[in-house]
Design a protein around this ligand. Structure first.
Ligand code: PMP
Length: 393
């Protein structure tokens, strides 16, 4: 390896370790379920997965993937606009549009590439993007890929957003972008107010609902929850969290989807999703639409979990969704909490800078529809024991 690069890498890694920011990979040896085997330890309660509804290892979802491999093979063979589009992809897009109650949808390889695909494709140098300061990294990268000017507004602050709209009156187009559910704090964007401001100032609105899809609005997302899905121009969803598989999509008007099909770079230049993935997603959506007990169980567990933590004296921040941060502050202590919990058989990952601001470290927990009350009670006992030992409660 080139010596200069080697030394640079070594110094970067050393610096991360000194700041308690170095995170070794945690390795699962079993499927994503309520209890998992991690780094050789069996029966660990999994509170860090985005598999909100337990669909990642659902028998019907797996069966659909297996059947699709037999019928269609393992890969799509090309990018979508060359000869990678199968009728299965088209079926999924029709299904997603119907599920979201919009005209059309376009599937990408992931939520990340959907953001990187849509934002630079619908904005140019004469435009202004108004973006919440806590928006997800993939929105930030999508905005970086755009030539538009950017204005970052204070988290959820509608006065700040209005101010930014007033200051950007000269722009050709304006695009407001927000997460629906914020992935680190579990709070929700005030979409009604955002839509009203957007209409008053002639701006378009895009919502990244990666954590709202399958969770909010009976599964149809945050915009649907607020009844504003017809007034939001662009909804982004992921197929990798509640849907349990892999992929992302944009839902919106037929014209928007038509344009993205012609110009969105990850759609044009990265191979189509494999058929097994598409079929598994279709089966997962079918389950979400027909079995409301999945979302009901998710929310019942969410209430039980949050109440349990609060009764023990933990600070769970401003969350109103299954994403439940246990606020710690200091990076080192958050990692001590993670390690202590793991010793007690609980997997809950510390989230530290740069994922969240310095001094806002936390252990992020996510109950799911898969957990039993016994799982959650055992996890609460572990939190109590380790939280007391570290002086967090
Ligand atoms: N947007 C948000 C708000 C997310 O939390 C995530 C996932 N971490 C993504 C986009 C990316 O989605 P995916 O994992 O499907 O790439």
């Amino acid at each position: 390896m080139n010596g200069t690069l080697f030394q640079w890498l070594e110094a970067q890694l050393e610096s991360l370790k000194e700041q308690n920011l170095y995170k070794p990979l945690v390795v699962m040896e079993t499927p994503s379920e309520a209890r998992i085997t991690v780094n050789g330890k069996k029966g660990v309660i999994n509170l860090s997965s985005n598999n909100y509804l337990g669909l990642a290892n659902h028998p019907k979802v797996k069966e659909a993937a297996i059947r699709a491999i037999e019928r269609w093979g393992a890969g799509a063979g090309a990018v979508r606009p060359i000869i990678g589009t199968m009728s299965l992809h088209m079926e999924l897009e029709r299904r997603l549009a119907a599920f979201k109650h919009v005209e059309a949808a376009l599937v990408f390889q992931s939520g990340f590439t959907a953001n990187a695909g849509v934002i630079p494709t619908i904005t140019d140098a004469e435009d202004v993007i108004l973006t919440d300061e806590l928006n997800h990294a993939s929105i930030i990268d999508g905005v970086r890929l755009s030539k538009a000017q950017r204005k970052i507004y204070k988290h959820l602050d509608m006065n700040a957003l209005e101010e930014a709209l007033k200051e950007s009156q000269g722009a050709k187009k304006r695009l407001i972008i927000t997460d629906g559910v914020f992935s680190m704090d579990g709070d929700v964007a005030p979409l009604k107010e955002i839509v009203e401001l957007a209409e008053r100032y002639d701006a378009a609105v895009m919502v990244d609902d990666a954590h709202g899809s399958g969770v909010m609005g009976g599964g149809r997302g945050t915009a649907y929850h607020y009844g504003v899905h017809e007034r939001i121009d662009i909804q982004l969803g992921t197929l990798s969290k509640a849907v349990g598989v892999m992929g992302g999509y944009i839902a919106g008007s037929a014209r928007l989807i038509d344009w993205l099909t012609q110009r969105a770079r990850p759609f044009l230049f990265s191979t189509a999703q494999p058929p097994a993935v598409v079929a598994a997603v279709l089966a997962a959506i079918e389950l979400m639409e027909t079995d409301s007990s999945l979302t009901e169980r998710l929310w019942e567990n969410t209430r039980y979990w949050k109440e349990g933590l609060r009764k023990l004296g933990f600070d769970t921040g401003v969350s109103v969704t299954p994403i439940t941060p246990v606020m710690v502050g200091d990076e080192g202590r958050a990692q001590q909490l993670q390690r202590g919990l793991f010793e007690e058989g609980v997997m809950a990952l510390a989230i530290v800078y740069p994922t969240v601001a310095k001094g806002k470290a936390r252990v992020r927990t996510m109950p799911s529809a898969m957990h039993s009350k016994a799982d959650l009670d055992d996890a609460l006992m572990a939190f109590e024991k380790v939280g007391k030992r570290l002086g967090i409660i």
